[in-house]
Design a protein around this ligand. Structure first.
Ligand code: 13P
Length: 346
């Protein structure tokens, strides 16, 4: 296990280097097809390849993105000219990452709750991805807030899975992104989200400790502490930033290499504003870099503009680059809603 220590530390550090974040583009075929379907884009491997090529060949992407997270189909694909995506990524100075969980499935005996699967065979898959050139991985666990849930069973099962995954990654040379997502769906309050996120992070770090995971060789990808989408009491940007930072300070060891948030269905503007407020107001209190690992909040405007039309690739790339840049600024506390109003393309 010790053989990878220095490399894992260095990789984790560069994933969250100043002004950069991680681009999640690891949608499973099912999720990607759902997003394509909504825009009338064919749900074919060829269309997914074109879209991922659009993203990865965006000029200047590496100014703001340390590395993309890929899906198994994508890591094996090439550009239409035959250049492996992995080469495109490393030639641009980015680090390739890979989603290794096999999805959130119904948790037996607990209606409405999920447990993430994928531990079987994981050691071998990690070895294959490392040989291919991947240097970090992602596993997403899902916690749903609802009537009487999450249960202790759901939180414990998911925390255990995340910790087993993280330990296997570190043994195989991949920096684990540990992603416990408390869903934004529902009508819960900010306080309720805080309580569930607090309990979840506490359980996750207890399991990471038990499994011997090295905190300085992992990235935490949490959700923000935010009222449910259906809540009648939405919170201010400042309130979300403060509740989120307090919850992290309470639960996340100072040696964790970095925090990289998911966007979770927040609007693109909210995702940038919340990250910005955390860095603007609390950077002196946070012992870790606080950045982004967004999918929808970076990709959606580009995906909508492209909509499968190859004549719009260059413009769509500008939409993508702009969200990457705004979130890069937010990771330094230098984003503002004025900037958004003045410069936003979409
Ligand atoms: P969103 O930013 O769209 O929530 O996606 C992040 C992610 O990687 C979910 O696993």
């Amino acid at each position: 296990m010790a053989t990878y220590t220095q490399e894992l530390r260095a990789t984790a550090k560069s994933m969250v280097q100043s002004g950069k974040g991680i681009l999640a583009m690891d949608e499973s075929n099912g999720t990607c097809n759902k997003r394509f379907d909504a825009l009338g884009i064919p749900t074919t491997e060829a269309a997914r390849q074109s879209y991922r090529e659009l993203i990865l060949t965006t000029p200047g992407l590496s100014d703001y993105i340390s590395g993309p997270i890929l899906y198994d189909e994508t890591i094996r694909q090439t550009t239409r000219d035959g250049v492996p995506f992995l080469k495109v990524i490393t030639d641009a100075g980015m680090i390739p990452g890979i989603k290794v969980d096999t999805g959130a499935k119904n948790l037996a005996g607990h209606p409405g709750e999920k447990v993430t699967e994928g531990l079987d065979g994981l050691r071998d898959r990690i070895a294959e991805y490392y040989r291919m050139g991947a240097r970090f991985a992602k596993w997403r666990a899902v916690i749903t807030i609802g009537d009487g849930i999450p249960s202790r069973a759901c939180i414990e099962a998911n925390a255990h899975g995340l910790a087993r995954y993280a330990a296997l990654c570190q043994a195989g040379g991949l920096v684990p992104i540990v992603e416990p997502e408390v869903l934004i769906d529902g009508s819960h309050s900010l306080e309720h989200c805080y309580q569930v996120t607090d309990e979840t992070l506490h359980a996750v770090f207890a399991q990471l400790y038990t499994q011997g995971v090295a905190y300085d060789q992992m990235i935490l990808k949490p959700s923000m502490v935010i009222p449910g989408k259906g809540s009648s009491q939405q919170a201010s940007v400042e309130a979300v930033a403060e509740a989120t930072v307090l919850c992290l300070l309470k639960n996340v060891p100072a040696t964790v290499a970095g925090i990289a948030f998911l966007s979770g269905g927040q609007t693109k503007e909210q995702s940038s504003a919340h990250l910005n407020a955390m860095n603007q107001r609390f950077s002196d209190r946070c012992p870790w870099p606080v950045t982004f690992s967004y999918a929808r909040a970076i990709q959606q405007p580009a995906l909508e503009h492209w909509s499968g039309d190859e004549s719009r690739v260059a413009e769509a790339q500008q939409y993508l680059l702009q969200r990457a840049k705004f979130n890069s600024l937010a990771s330094k506390g230098e984003y503002s809603s004025e900037l958004e109003k003045r410069l936003a393309l979409a």
